[in-house]
Write a protein that binds this ligand. Structure first.
Ligand code: PLP
Length: 398
């Protein structure tokens, strides 16, 4: 057995990958699986982006490139964000990364001292809590409640948790797993809290452009926020590029410089030819992205319709992300099941429908009494959504 470093015991993981492995093991035994468990996309990357990547490889753009990214991509990202967020970034505000995920790691490494407190969403992307704890910070969860049309942040809970040691806040608007989109008034209140407590913020906007109706609004566009926030940008979801591994940290120049120094120490640079493809993604035609959204929206509407026709399930129709987070409390009572994981495993074994539960996105918070599952509809075609959710319906209704 390797003698691992002591700190290793504090490192968490993304347990959705474990659900994938469980589903794959059942599939290998011949069981038909309906994959709702992971936020991967079974749609092709738009052809203009693929062609740009091939051209770059053929032109020999296969060597190292500058650690913070190629100037064309940094500039294109700055202009793109300026147009949607009302900021005034230049390429010095942009550090290209191999995906969005590394921004979480590098943000915490650059800003968090051991003992510092970090507010983070729970349920939320599990990597936040894993890395805060790994680096010796104190993770302060804030939750969500069911609002009129969608989940809303428990702002009172967030405020109550703040102490003089609270230094950082992680905000994932257009949220995984709930699909929550903050109202203007919520963003303003969050900005007020940030100013009052002098917080630095990671704005995880992985799903900023996975929005079906209207225009997303970023916390960054509010007064004083650009100087306090690091934006997590990723090409993964918007352009169906999860496996390409390209994203960026965008924020104040000194902080972005510090983040780029981790690039020097970690991966040297994000793959050169992938960055050239990313320039095409931003500056070329956007038909591919629009087509991806259209397919996802059709899937969402059908999935929500079937879920809401199922006894004991209620589900919002979120305007963003490709996740659904239905309340299954009553369905569990009908099935006489008392735990999240028992519900998940029994449904998987009996129906082949594979999904995550609330517990894959953090431990339940004190006082939490409702039960939820998370369904990703990004990796499953509409006929399979219909077939799988019909089976889930019969499983619950008997
Ligand atoms: N942030 C959130 C909220 C996510 O859901 C994900 C991926 O699922 C990421 C960040 C990381 O995305 P990537 O590293 O593929 O860019």
């Amino acid at each position: 057995m390797a003698q691992l470093a002591d700190r290793y015991t504090k490192l968490g993981t993304e347990t959705a990958f474990a659900v994938s492995a469980e589903a794959a093991a059942l599939a290998a035994k011949g069981k038909k699986i309906y994959p709702f468990h992971i936020g991967d996309i079974n749609l092709k990357t738009p052809e203009n982006i693929v062609q740009a990547m091939m051209r770059a490889v053929h032109e020999g753009k296969t060597g190292y490139c500058p650690n913070p990214g190629i100037p064309e991509l940094r500039e294109a990202l700055a202009q793109n964000i300026n147009a949607s967020h009302g900021t005034s970034y230049s390429m010095e505000n942009v550090s290209v990364q191999p995906g969005g995920k590394p921004v979480i790691n590098k943000f915490l490494l650059a800003l968090m001292n051991p003992g510092d407190e970090v507010l983070y969403p729970n349920p939320g992307f599990p990597i936040y809590e894993s890395l805060i704890k790994f680096y010796g910070g104190k993770a302060l969860p804030y939750g969500f409640h069911e609002g009129k049309d969608n989940f809303e942040i428990n702002l009172e809970e967030l405020l109550r948790s703040i102490t003089p040691k609270t230094r950082l806040l992680i905000l994932n608007d257009l949220q995984n797993p709930t699909g929550a989109v903050a109202q203007e008034s919520e963003l303003e209140e969050i900005a007020r809290v940030i100013r009052e407590h002098d917080l630095r913020v990671l704005c995880d906007e992985a799903y900023f452009d996975i929005r079906y109706d209207g225009q997303s609004r970023s916390l960054l566009s509010l007064p004083d926020m650009a100087e306090r926030c690091v934006l997590l940008y990723t090409f993964s979801k918007k352009y169906a590029m999860t496996g390409w591994r390209v994203g960026a940290a965008i924020g104040p120049k000194d902080l972005v410089g510090a983040i780029s120094q981790f690039n020097v120490n970690d991966e040297s640079c994000t793959a050169n030819f992938i960055q050239h493809a990313a320039v095409e993604a931003l500056t070329g035609p956007q038909d591919g992205h629009r087509e991806i959204l259209k397919v996802l929206q059709t899937r969402r509407d059908r999935a929500v319709e079937i879920l809401n026709s199922t006894a004991g399930i209620r589900c919002y129709n979120p305007n963003a992300t490709f996740y659904l987070f239905p309340n299954i409390t009553e369905a569990m009572r009908i099935k006489k099941i008392t735990g999240h994981d028992e519900f998940r495993k029994t449904a998987l074994e009996e129906t082949g429908v594979s999904f995550c539960t609330r517990l894959h996105f953090g431990s339940a918070l004190p006082g939490e009494t409702e039960f939820y599952i998370r369904l990703a509809y990004s990796g499953i075609d509409i006929d399979q959504i219909e077939e799988g959710l019909a089976k889930l319906k019969s499983f619950i209704e008997g």
